[in-house]
Design a protein around this ligand. Structure first.
Ligand code: XIL
Length: 397
């Protein structure tokens, strides 16, 4: 009897700890059975559902639906551009915090957590920085100081208000780059060597000991050949393992999840397997920029349902594959879409030859697409024993 009571008490204690463990991802709200929003449905799993936010759309009085949905459907937000270096420090020494601060305030008002994006990336750098390095007026030693100061200034500014920071973004090449053997690519590796990655994590940790620090990249949804010379996921896995072995404070790996229906893509078990391997290193994971684009063929543009429907179906299926894999892996903390409406998506502007689009979960008129419904279904119909609440990640010291 006594033993049984002890076991029962233990079970309650474990259940309580489990419930408490869910708290960080849920930002203080509890599940409400009457609320069918993605953010509420995900609460049962302790999963945060996020979106990238376009500050211009958020502030457009003629477009109120954008703000409403950004608040009601999502429990975490990412600045689509406002925290990038060129936005924060367009002129050397003069920071423009306004739009980023506005997003952080919006998040607070709506009980949302913030993913900070991004501290170190080779794109969207201010011209004063890239041209200074190019013309030799900024030396390598100075460049390293500039990077340290930038990370310190930005992380300190937002200290205590960022849940996850994308510390380093897209540092690894792709098999179609030259040379095709995977390597550290881009501005920072060229000028500082790959050691900048470990430095960046250490500087970020020193400025905010409570934020979770992520490495973020695309095309790492699943493992391939296992050869780091051509398997990007393996390369990133080896990198993370190596950073951990050096005592570098990396807490997670973000998989962007930019997919396209014209590609082969992955199945749920493959993706869950990749998340599990990263978890095996003691790392959290997250899907950080999910969208699934399609080619806008002449038929699609003419409204031919024979061409449109299969694309909408395939897009929905891919959103679902990534979400189910994330649900299945308890260390996958958040699932963020890179814009939630085709009205405001980076895809048509970036993929124009051939034209692509239809990448998000709401159409241009804010009607939920099949992808939205499939995400909702995944959140509703999953549960124990295969889907259990998230395990919180503690920042590594
Ligand atoms: C994109 C934005 O969506 C665009 O508005 C901007 O013009 C370019 O950058 N990977 C990333 C994101 O990490 O920061 C990128 O965002 C999309 C690809």
């Amino acid at each position: 009897m006594k033993l049984r009571r002890w076991i029962a008490a233990g079970a309650v204690a474990i259940a309580t700890v489990g419930a408490l463990n869910v708290a960080p991802a849920t930002a203080g709200r509890s599940y409400n059975p009457a609320d069918q929003s993605l953010r509420n449905l995900a609460l049962r799993h302790g999963l945060a559902i996020g979106t990238a936010v376009d500050l211009t759309a958020l502030d457009d009085p003629a477009d109120p639906r954008y703000r409403q949905l950004a608040a009601s459907e999502f429990s975490t937000v990412t600045a689509e551009n406002a925290m990038k270096w060129e936005s924060l420090e367009p002129t050397r020494g003069t920071y423009n915090w306004g739009p980023a601060d506005e997003l952080v305030a919006f998040a607070k008002q709506n009980n949302q957590r913030v993913r900070g994006h991004v501290l170190v990336w080779h794109n969207q750098l201010p011209a004063w920085l890239t041209s200074g390095v190019e013309d030799g007026s900024i030396s390598t030693t100075e460049l390293r100081d500039i990077l340290r100061n930038h990370i310190t200034a930005v992380v300190t500014h937002f200290k205590g208000r960022i849940w996850q920071w994308d510390v380093v973004n897209e540092a690894v090449s792709d098999p179609w780059d030259t040379p095709s053997t995977l390597h550290y690519k881009g501005f920072w590796a060229q000028h500082l060597g790959p050691g900048y990655i470990a430095d960046a994590f250490r500087w970020a940790r020193a400025a905010d000991p409570h934020a979770l620090l992520f490495y973020n990249d695309y095309n790492i949804e699943a493992f391939g050949s296992g050869d780091p010379a051509n398997d990007k996921t393996q390369f990133v896995y080896d990198m993370a393992k190596d950073l951990l072995a050096q005592g570098v404070p990396i807490d997670g790996v973000g998989s962007q999840g930019h997919l396209g229906t014209q590609y082969g893509n992955f199945d749920t078990l493959q993706v869950a397997g990749a998340l599990r391997k990263f978890a095996g290193l003691g790392l959290a994971t997250a899907f950080t920029e999910v969208d699934v684009r399609s080619q806008l063929t002449a038929g699609v543009q003419a409204g031919d349902s024979n061409e449109i429907n299969p694309r909408l179906q395939a897009s929905a299926a891919n959103f679902s594959v990534l979400l189910q894999a994330c649900l299945a892996e308890r260390h996958c903390l958040s699932f963020t879409v890179w814009g939630f409406t085709d009205k405001h998506s980076w895809v048509p502007g970036w993929f124009s030859d051939p034209p692509e689009g239809l990448a998000t979960i709401y159409d241009e008129n804010y009607q939920p697409k099949r992808a939205y419904q499939e995400m909702k279904a995944d959140l509703i119909y999953s549960g124990p024993p295969y889907v259990l609440p998230r395990v919180p990640q503690k920042p590594r010291r």
